[in-house]
Design a protein around this ligand. Structure first.
Ligand code: GDP
Length: 175
């Protein structure tokens, strides 16, 4: 096995307030704080996957806005993407849909591994986007799909990042 340390650059995208920072902080520290600033940053965590050290860099983006635009710099940087929406916010699901289209249409990024995350599953009584809709979008666009709660559990969030890292490694092996 290759013992050299590899890097995986993971870009988090999605509308404002869907929980991108909460997911990032949960993954990095296992904690949920509740309130987060709007600081755009890149964070790193070193993990061991299949006996190989892998440095996971996470770019918690705060851009996007209503247009859901993604910068060229972000597209060039990313090896994999997490597209986050909030199950209580229909508009955020539409932003995810738009961002997926942007990614799939971009010649360079059309085959980048993507995992869709439906966050805030603890807020069932406020749900506006069904699990089926999320699943269907993921199936149609060949993405991974997870419903999680950054507020409630660490485990589901860990699965998201590890699944994406696996997909990034598979994509590299194919090249
Ligand atoms: P961002 O703008 O996408 O980075 O969103 P934040 O991470 O700042 O989260 C926005 C708000 O949603 C904050 O008040 C969080 O506490 C809250 N939040 C994030 N994840 C969850 C979740 O899984 N469940 C609930 N109930 N609230 C969450």
């Amino acid at each position: 096995p290759n013992q050299q340390r590899v890097e995986a650059n993971i870009l988090l995208l999605g509308a404002h307030n869907v929980g991108k920072t909460a997911l990032t902080v949960r993954f990095l520290t296992r904690r949920f704080i509740g309130e987060y600033g709007d600081i755009e940053s890149i964070y790193s965590r070193v993990d061991r996957v299949d006996g190989q050290e892998i440095c996971i860099n996470i770019w918690d983006s705060q851009a996007g806005g209503k247009s859901g635009s993604i910068s060229d710099k972000q597209l060039q940087w990313a090896d994999g993407m997490v597209l986050v929406y909030d199950i209580c916010d229909r508009g955020s699901f539409e932003v995810t849909r738009q961002q997926l289209q942007l990614i799939r249409r971009s010649r360079k990024m059309s085959s980048v591994p993507v995992v869709i995350v439906a966050n805030k599953r603890d807020l069932q009584h406020h749900r506006r986007v069904s699990s089926e809709e999320g699943h269907l979008l993921a199936l149609t666009e060949r993405c991974g799909f997870f419903e999680v709660s950054a507020a409630e559990t660490y485990h589901g969030v860990l699965l998201v990042f590890h699944r994406l890292v696996d997909l990034v490694r598979e994509t590299r092996a194919l090249r």
